[in-house]
Ligand binder design. Structure first.
Ligand code: HEM
Length: 330
């Protein structure tokens, strides 16, 4: 139900953009005003959330550890699994951000007949997540050719490598296939497994369908319904140089592409997609585990009135003695 609803919402929004792009009076709304509003929402929203996270007090080191903390020199420490230095933290973070290392270790619990609980590997999720994120990044970088004049050399190089196999005309980009296959797997995973399906919300499907719609409309434009690329570049350059104008040659499908992207951008700060910034601000990941080497004192500690055991024994001395109970101090 959640999946169907979010699919319908994305389809309706896409159709709205297609129609909007074809109506003269709405082209500026979909081509200029909505993209600008989306970017503004993204910048303000992300800044707000990051600042709020950054202001949260973290008095103690609560590092996630998968290895031995550094202590005595003759005990082998896990420098990456339980990093005690900033370099170790940076290395572990880099592996997490670039290769999704913790997701690689993701296991799956399954109840088999017996009954027997079995823990197995589940590398497909890691592979699909990695494939999706990396191809998204490469597509994003390749798109810089629309926003920059002259086009930087690295963008051309990247496009050349991505289209290395030179299949068809226009040349097929490997990342186009990879991103669609990865997104299809991520969606199918939510349908296939009853447990994952049970915890999947409208928003989980919404993000996936938005991304599929975005990549799908791009693929349609590149391989099936060729748009006027020169006019689109004119629009893109106009947007980034704050002299926006929507050329008449820009067609309906491009408005679908741009509108779905605007929705994704505007939706970002309110959604789970914020993990792109959250991973850096997570105290379980960005702190060195030096709890044995350094004493971390809660900065807003205040003197707490305590009642020690010794005081308690002193207070009830006669009663404890009368009951014949043992005491620390005779
Ligand atoms: C980060 C967000 C975006 C994603 C993930 C994305 C995705 C895609 C994909 C997968 C394609 C298929 C061909 C290719 O890979 O180059 C494509 C094509 C295209 N996209 Fe995007 N897109 C994004 C943003 C934009 C923006 C902001 C524009 C506005 C200029 C745009 C304009 C186009 C055009 C004109 C094509 C057709 C390219 C061609 O025919 O060579 N896209 N997009």
């Amino acid at each position: 139900m959640n999946a169907l609803l979010s699919l319908i919402v994305v389809l309706v929004l896409g159709a709205l953009a297609y129609v909007g792009g074809s109506v003269e009076g709405l082209r500026t709304l979909f081509g200029v005003i909505i993209p600008y509003a989306a970017i503004l929402t993204f910048l303000v929203g992300v800044a707000y959330r990051v600042v709020r996270w950054a202001l949260s007090p973290v008095p103690f080191r609560i590092t996630t550890t998968c290895g031995q903390q550094k202590s005595l020199p003759w005990i082998k420490a896990g420098y990456l699994e339980s990093p005690s230095t900033t370099l170790g933290v940076s290395l572990r973070m880099a592996l997490e951000v670039l290769l999704f290392r913790s997701l690689f270790r993701n296991t799956k619990a399954e109840l088999r007949s017996g009954p027997q609980l079995v823990y197995g590997e589940n590398k497909y999720l890691w592979l699909a997540a990695l494939a999706f994120h990396w191809s998204f990044l490469i597509i994003f970088l390749r798109h810089l050719r629309f926003f920059m004049q002259p086009v930087p050399a690295f963008v051309n190089l990247l496009s050349g490598v991505d289209g290395f196999f030179q299949i068809g005309a226009p040349v097929l980009y490997i990342t186009d296939i990879v991103i669609l296959v990865a997104l299809a797997y991520l969606l199918w995973r939510r349908f296939r497994d009853p447990q994952v399906r049970y915890i999947s919300l409208f928003t989980d499907y919404f993000a996936l369908f938005l991304l599929i719609g975005l990549a799908g409309s791009g693929v349609l434009m590149r391989y099936f319904f060729r748009p006027d690329i020169v006019a689109i570049k004119e629009l893109a350059l106009g947007l980034v140089t704050f002299t926006p104008a929507v050329p008449v040659q820009v067609g309906g499908l491009f408005f679908v592409h741009l509108f779905l992207l605007s929705l994704l951008i505007a939706y970002f700060p309110f959604s789970k997609l914020m993990h792109f910034a959250g991973v850096f601000l997570s105290p379980t990941r960005n702190l060195a585990n030096n709890n044995r080497a350094k004493r971390h004192v809660n900065p807003w500690d205040y003197p707490v009135k305590v009642h020690t055991y010794a005081e308690w024994e002193e207070e009830f001395h006669d009663k404890i003695k009368a009951a014949g109970l043992p005491m620390e101090k005779e």
